[in-house]
Structure formats: structure tokens, C-alpha cells
Design a protein around this ligand. Structure first.
Ligand code: GAP
Length: 507
């Protein structure tokens, strides 16, 4: 269920503590474009590092590349993006707000799903331990009716989308009596197609310039480099190519903070396999990717797998990993079986043979591809919104703590002198200097210790080290752990050992 209150708090917290700022804020901002601040950049880099290590370093048959954002315009013709990367949009004439027509219908379905969730919760309370959720969903007449309704609506929507039947989509919106969330009216324009790619000019003179696009996905940089990488790395199938990079989409619905941005980052991996084995690899990658998510320590009930009914033009199977964002369960990652659509299309459009000679079967063929594609910014939002907690403490005070998985935390260790005199700052800086080459550290001497703890709770720092007068006598410090707030006294030379264990990246 969406939690608007939590969403507002997370957005405000992200700004107040240097995670995320609106782009060009001094000029009132640029819609759906965001900048990462000092703590945000660290967290983002740590997520990237976790993904890159898990995919590239821990898999001997995956290599990473970094392709350019600008690509030959023919790439986007071949990939189908020029002709088919469209969203159907509709305007409300009273609020003058623009919406994705399919999202309006899907949001309507999500409202019905919300009713189902309420029925399930009510029944679970009523039946207690004896409650069988599966049986209830398949037999309770009201829930069955809701599910049938959702099925009918989605069938009509996907049929209309497949046939590019824009009047049918408008009719569906009218039949469902969907109103504009701003004006509350049903005064809609017709539905129109809108290509999401940003175009720009390459070349200095109007006559000599050609239209090129900012890439809407990083995947095509991998496909067009398939031959180069396969030959130079001497990889044998199955093998993968991974990449992290910016992608750009002129999104219509852009009111969801960093969930839907116009400039964002993707972490994608294309896994090239022998035709006929793609379903097996699809299952393998579904499992591997879920392990990656669960290893962050976020519980499984925050994730949901959604099998696509309406497949993209290139796919023969697709799953979304959905996350329980404050705006409800929404797509975080896509796992797609992309067939040989892209490589075949580039082979046809470029006139170059893009094939693999299989030494086992002695055949040449265009490999099939299983893709895992996750939004870096959405992962960031998932981590940030799940981590955000307001706690009432035993002494009656309150704290806001970001329970960010320690290995992802922007600052790993904060070092404080208890007081700003008696040689404690010098001793603290000495400790900082021994730790900073291994851990992202932060030194703070302003305000009371309590305030300094709160500031670091608010950015998710797993360990705070306090240097006091006893330190000068016996070379020990107190280490305070973020979640338990427990404080232990340890010898200075023990600090790396104590903190290292908890900061280790999962494998
Ligand atoms: N190569 C396949 C592909 O691009 P996609 O489902 O369109 O598939 C993959 O995008 C992932 O990229 C999504 O699951 C999402 O996490 C992220 N993503 C897509 N559009 C986004 C946007 N406008 N803002 C932030 N993240 C986005």
C-alpha cells in the first residue's frame, strides 16, 4: 500500500542530509532531474560497487565495459526504439496535466488490488492461525470478483496496446470512469503516441548536422560491442557483458522523485547463450538476482516477482522484480529473455555478420540473450526508503535512524573527540589517519556527543568512535554501534578488526 507520509519524509530527509537535491534548485529546479549530494554520491557508488563486484568480479564468465552515450542513429532504428519506444499519453483539459494512459489504467487496477489486500488483512485477523491466504483468494466471492475485474481490464489494455489502438485505450479510461487526480474531472483529450528518446544534433552546421539520440538504455552499447568483446576476451558461450551507465528518457509521468527520472543510471548485463537454452538461463538469473537483493539484508516480503503478460517487442519471457517502495510495489529490476532480436537486427541493419562459431556443435549462430536490467537510482530509493526509521528510545527521546546495510553506508566510521580540548582532537585525528585508507571516515568535533550521534544515525553511519581522557591513558576508545546503540570499549589497534566484519560486502 502506498505510504505518502513516509515518501514525503524520505524526500525531505534526503535533502536535509545531503543525499539528493533537485537539479538546478536555485533556478526552481528541473523537473524529474536530480543531483546526488555528498552522502548520496557515496551511497550510490557503494551500490554500483556491490553490483559490479557481484556481476563482473565474482562471475568468471562476465566482463564489464563502458560504452559511449552517443551512438550511431542506425542503432536505434535497428533496435526498434525509433518506431516503437513510445508511451501513449493523455491530457486532462481542466488540470492541463499529462498522464501515461496505460499508467492511469494500471493505477486503477492497483486501487482494486488495494481492496483485495484489505479483505485479506481483515480475514487474516478474523481467522488467526487457521487462515489460508491462497484458499481465501481463490474462494472468497468478493476477492474473486475483484481479480476477475482486474483480469478483464488488463486484457483490454494489453490488447489495445498491442494493436496500437489508441481510441480503445481512451474508451477504457472513460468506461472505468477514471478521473484526473488533480482536477477530479473526466475531461480527457484523445490518446496520442509519444517517443521517449531525447534527440540532439551532432555536427556544427545545420546542413551537415545529423540527429542523434541520448541512449534510452545502456543495453545497445553492449549489443553493438558483442563481436569486439567476444573476440578480444576470447569468451566462449555462455558469457555475459555488464555495464553501468546513464540512460535518458523523456518521461511523461515524472512526479515520483528518483523513481522515474529523465536522466538516470542503469546497471545492465546481457548474457549470451546457445539458442534453446535461454529459458534455463532465464531461471538461473532470476535466482541469482534475487540472491543479490536478499543479501542486502532487506526482507523477502519487500519484494515481489511479476511475470509480464504484455511482452516488449524483443522478449519471449520477462519478469519484473518489484519492490515495496513508499509509492507501492513497483518495478525495480527487469529480467528479460530477449531472444536474438537485437543481435539479428544489428546484423541485418549493419550488413556485418554478428554470429558465434560454437566449437562444440560446429555451427555458427546468432546467440540468444538473457538480460538483467536494474535501475541504480531505484535501488538507491529502495535502500533509502527501507532504511528510514523513526524510533522512540527508552529514555523517551526520539531518533531518526537510517538502517542502511553497513557495507553500503556513505560513512563507515565517525571519529569524535569527547571534548574539543586536552589533546583529544589531536588523538582523534591520529586515529582518523590510520583508518581513512581502509574505510570512509568522518571527523566531527562540533556540538554535544549526543547530537553528533544523532547526525550520524540520520545518515546511517554504522560506527561512531569516541576518544576520551581514558584514551590518552590506555589507548582505548568507545565504539558505538548504530542499530543497537551499544557502546564497547576497545583498544585502538583492534578497531579495524571490530568494524571490518560488519562492513564486509556479501557474496
Ligand atoms: N534494457 C532493458 C530496459 O531498459 P526497462 O524495464 O525499460 O528495461 C530497466 O528499464 C530498469 O531501468 C527498470 O527496471 C528501472 O529500474 C530503470 N528505469 C527505467 N526507466 C527509469 C526512469 N525513468 N527513471 C529511473 N529508473 C528507470
Amino acid at each position: 500500500m502506498p505510504n505518502d507520509d513516509l515518501f514525503k519524509k524520505v524526500i525531505a530527509h534526503a535533502k536535509e542530509y545531503g543525499f539528493i537535491f533537485q537539479s538546478s534548485e536555485v533556478y526552481d529546479g528541473l523537473s524529474a532531474v536530480y543531483d546526488y549530494g555528498q552522502n548520496g554520491a557515496e551511497l550510490k557508488n557503494n551500490i554500483k560497487d556491490y553490483w559490479w563486484k557481484s556481476m563482473v568480479q565474482y562471475h568468471e564468465n562476465i566482463v564489464g565495459i563502458d560504452a559511449a552515450i552517443f551512438m550511431h542513429p542506425a542503432v536505434w532504428k535497428a533496435s526498434g526504439h525509433v518506431d516503437a519506444f513510445n508511451d501513449p499519453l493523455i491530457d486532462n483539459k481542466d488540470s492541463k496535466k499529462r498522464y501515461r494512459a496505460d499508467v492511469l489504467v494500471e493505477d486503477h487496477c492497483a486501487k482494486i488490488e488495494g481492496k483485495i489486500e484489505k479483505e485479506v488483512k481483515k480475514a487474516a485477523k478474523r481467522f488467526g492461525d487457521k487462515f489460508d491466504e491462497k484458499q481465501f483468494i481463490t474462494t472468497n466471492p468478493r476477492v474473486v470478483g475483484y481479480n476477475e475485474k482486474i483480469g478483464e481490464i488488463k486484457d483490454s489494455l494489453y490488447k489495445a496496446m498491442d494493436n496500437e489502438d489508441l481510441p480503445a485505450i481512451k474508451q477504457l479510461i472513460e468506461d472505468l470512469e477514471i478521473v484526473c487526480p488533480i482536477s477530479g474531472t473526466r475531461n480527457w483529450t484523445d490518446v496520442r503516441q509519444f517517443n521517449l528518446m531525447f534527440a540532439t544534433q551532432l555536427g556544427s552546421t545545420a546542413e551537415g548536422a545529423s540527429t542523434i539520440y541520448l541512449r534510452p538504455e545502456t543495453a545497445q552499447g553492449i549489443f553493438v560491442n558483442y563481436l569486439n568483446v567476444q573476440k578480444t576476451s576470447r569468451m566462449k558461450l555462455p558469457f555475459g557483458i555488464a555495464q553501468i551507465g546513464k540512460a535518458f528518457r523523456n518521461e511523461i509521468v515524472a512526479r515520483q522523485f528518483i523513481f522515474r527520472m529523465r536522466e538516470f543510471e542503469q546497471m545492465e548485463m546481457q548474457f549470451f547463450v546457445r539458442p534453446g537454452t535461454e529459458k534455463e538461463w532465464f531461471e538461473y538469473w532470476k535466482e541469482e538476482r534475487m540472491k543479490w537483493h536478499f543479501n542486502m539484508g532487506i526482507p523477502g516480503d519487500q519484494y515481489r516477482l511479476y511475470e509480464h503478460e504484455k511482452l516488449a517487442h524483443y522478449a519471449n519471457a520477462a519478469f519484473d522484480v518489484e519492490f515495496n517502495f513508499p509509492i507501492g510495489f513497483k518495478e525495480l529490476e527487469g529480467i528479460h529473455s530477449r531472444t536474438n532480436f537485437d543481435l539479428s537486427a544489428h546484423q541485418e541493419h549493419s550488413g556485418r555478420k554478428i554470429q558465434y562459431f560454437d566449437p562444440e556443435t560446429k555451427e555458427s549462430y546468432v546467440p540468444f540473450v538473457v538480460e538483467t536490467s536494474i535501475g541504480l537510482d531505484r535501488t538507491f530509493l529502495a535502500v533509502l526508503s527501507y532504511a528510514y526509521q523513526e524510533e522512540k528510545l527508552e529514555d523517551g527521546s526520539e531518533r531518526t535512524v537510517m538502517r542502511i546495510p553497513p557495507f553500503l553506508a556513505p560513512i563507515k566510521v565517525a571519529v569524535f573527540p569527547l571534548v574539543n580540548k586536552d589533546g583529544l582532537p589531536d588523538k582523534s585525528k591520529e586515529i582518523m589517519d590510520t583508518l581513512k585508507y581502509d574505510f570512509m571516515c568522518h571527523y566531527e568535533e562540533k556540538d554535544s556527543i549526543g547530537k553528533r550521534y544523532r547526525r550520524h544515525d540520520a545518515i546511517g553511519t554504522p560506527y561512531c568512535i569516541t576518544v576520551d581522557h581514558q584514551t590518552l591513558e590506555d589507548n582505548t576508545v568507545t565504539i558505538r554501534e548504530r542499530d543497537s546503540m551499544k557502546q564497547d570499549r576497545v583498544a585502538i589497534d583492534q578497531i579495524p578488526e571490530v568494524v571490518k566484519e560488519k562492513l564486509r560486502m556479501p557474496r
